[in-house]
Design a binder for this molecule. Structure first.
Ligand SMILES: Cc1cc2nc3c(=O)[nH]c(=O)nc-3n(C[C@H](O)[C@H](O)[C@H](O)COP(=O)(O)OP(=O)(O)OC[C@H]3O[C@@H](n4cnc5c(N)ncnc54)[C@H](O)[C@@H]3O)c2cc1C
Length: 165
C-alpha cells in the first residue's frame, strides 16, 4: 500500500485548499494530459475549472506537469495546527517577468491575484488584493477573516521576496 500522494493526484483532484494547484498557477505550469486521441497541453490558468473540477476529459490521464524555473519563490500558509489544511495559502513568485501571487483556500479554485501581482508597492498590492479576492467563508472562518489573512500572507511573501538573496 502506497502512503504517498502524487503531484499529479493533487493537481487532478483540484482541492481548493491544496498547495500544489496554487503553486502551478503562480509558476505558470503546463499540465500535460494524454488520452487515446493523443497528448494535449493545458496552461495551469485554464486547468482548474471549479470545485474539484479540472479540464481533464473522460479517458485522459495527467501524465506530466512542467514547472518553469522561478528566480525566487516561496509558499506560505496559515493553519490552526501544523499539518492541518491551510485556512489560506499563498504561492509567490518573483523574477525578471515580475511577481505572481496565487492563493489557495479562498475560492473553489486557486486564484491568481492579478492586481496584487502587477502592483509596484506592498501598499498598492494590499489595496489590489481587495479587488482580486472575494473569499468564501468556510466552516470556521468568515470571508473578512480570510481576506485579512490573505493580506498577512501577501505582506510576508512580499517582504521575504524583497530581501537580498
Ligand atoms: C492524511 C492526508 C493528508 C493530506 N494533506 C494534504 C495537504 O497537506 N495538502 C494537500 O494539498 N493535500 C493533502 N492531502 C490530499 C492529497 O494531496 C490528495 O488526496 C491527492 O489527491 C493525493 O494524491 P494521490 O496521488 O494519492 O491521488 P488520488 O487520491 O489517488 O487521486 C485523487 C483523484 O485524482 C485522480 N487522479 C490521480 N492521479 C491522476 C492522474 N495522473 N491523472 C488523472 N487523474 C488522476 C484520481 O482518480 C482521484 O479522482 C492529504 C491527504 C491525506 C489522506
Amino acid at each position: 500500500m502506497s502512503r504517498r500522494g502524487t503531484l499529479g493526484g493533487s493537481l487532478a483532484l483540484s482541492d481548493p485548499a491544496a498547495e500544489y494547484p496554487a503553486c502551478a498557477l503562480a509558476l505558470e505550469a503546463t499540465i500535460v494530459l494524454a488520452g487515446r486521441g493523443g497528448e494535449r497541453r493545458v496552461a495551469a490558468r485554464d486547468f482548474f475549472r471549479g470545485l474539484f473540477e479540472t479540464d481533464i476529459r473522460a479517458g485522459e490521464l495527467l501524465v506530466a506537469a512542467e514547472f518553469p524555473r522561478a528566480e525566487r519563490s516561496l509558499f506560505v500558509e496559515l493553519a490552526r495546527r501544523q499539518g492541518d489544511y491551510a485556512i489560506v495559502g499563498l504561492a509567490a513568485v518573483a523574477g525578471a517577468s515580475g511577481r505572481r501571487f496565487a492563493f489557495c483556500g479562498v475560492a473553489s479554485t486557486p486564484v491568481l491575484a492579478a492586481g496584487a501581482s502587477r502592483a509596484a508597492t506592498l501598499d498598492a498590492a494590499l489595496q489590489a488584493l481587495r479587488q482580486d479576492l472575494n473569499p468564501s467563508a468556510d466552516l470556521y472562518h468568515c470571508a473578512a477573516t480570510k481576506l485579512h489573512l490573505a493580506g498577512v500572507l501577501l505582506s510576508r511573501a512580499w517582504n521575504t521576496l524583497a530581501k537580498p538573496h
